[in-house]
Write a protein that binds this ligand. Structure first.
Ligand SMILES: [Zn+2]
Length: 248
């Protein structure tokens, strides 16, 4: 099932991303979030795909990754935190779709490329491809006209115009009630989930191959959802087929 995500800004006149269903072959190709977007983004009219993905503003990219994460793993997020006061480990729970919805652009950016006015200067929103360059020169590269603005107010204005999902979440330790901020990165979070899933992929492929005698390539071409459904059925059958054991 393809997932369609509406983008606030988009790229090259396209304002959404259509994701193909994730297959085992995609999962096996690696956990890099950017590479995964490129693998799954379908070439469709009005949809961003291929090289154009690198032109997406950072917030659009993060909101697309959040929608992809939700479609694959669900929106209920449980993240680990370590208390800065008492070193207790605890869990932070939140709804990813709600978090993404709370991080909408404030409407200050417009035009092509999307840009904001800062005093006498015009500054475009950073793209995904900008982040790989040197941060020291980033603001100079983003300034389309006028003098290069001061870094801190510019960063705040850009963040409001296109909020990313790299942020600090407020948390309270359940043991000692100490409040702290816990960093969250959408990119790192989906990459960790993809890496974690690879251990299950090997087991599920083994289970399906040994039962159905399908080839490796055939099993990897199944979507993650299909593969997991077969695996669940097989595990369920094995559990109900346990032979009776002597108790004495
Ligand atoms: Zn604590």
């Amino acid at each position: 099932m393809a997932v369609s995500v509406d983008l606030a800004f988009g790229a090259r006149g396209a304002h959404r991303i259509m994701f193909a269903a994730l297959t085992g072959a995609d999962e096996r190709a690696g956990a890099d979030a950017g590479a995964m977007l490129a693998r799954l983004a379908l070439e469709e009219d009005g949809a961003v795909s291929g090289d154009a993905l690198r032109e997406l503003p950072v917030g659009d990219r993060d909101r697309a990754l959040a929608a992809l994460y939700g479609a694959l793993y669900g929106d209920d997020i449980i993240a680990d935190a370590v208390c800065i006061a008492c070193a207790a480990r605890y869990e932070i729970r939140f709804d990813l779709a709600e978090l993404a919805a709370s991080r909408r652009p404030d409407g200050s950016a417009s035009g092509e490329p999307p840009a904001i006015a800062l005093g006498r200067s015009k500054v475009r929103l950073p793209r995904w491809s900008d982040i790989t360059g040197s941060p020291a020169t980033l603001l100079a590269r983003l300034t389309l006209s006028g003098p290069v603005p001061a870094a801190e107010p510019a960063a705040r204005a850009i963040e409001a115009a296109d909020p990313s999902l790299e942020l600090d979440l407020a948390a309270t330790c359940p043991e000692c009630r100490a409040a702290q901020m816990v960093p969250f990165s959408m990119t790192a979070f989906i990459e960790a989930a993809l890496r974690r899933d690879r251990a299950f992929l090997v087991r599920e492929v083994h289970l399906l191959a040994s039962t159905y005698r399908w080839s490796h390539a055939e099993i990897l071409s199944l979507t993650r959802a299909e593969r997991q459904s077969y695996a669940r059925l097989l595990i369920g059958e094995r559990e109900t087929a346990q032979p009776l054991r002597r108790v004495s």
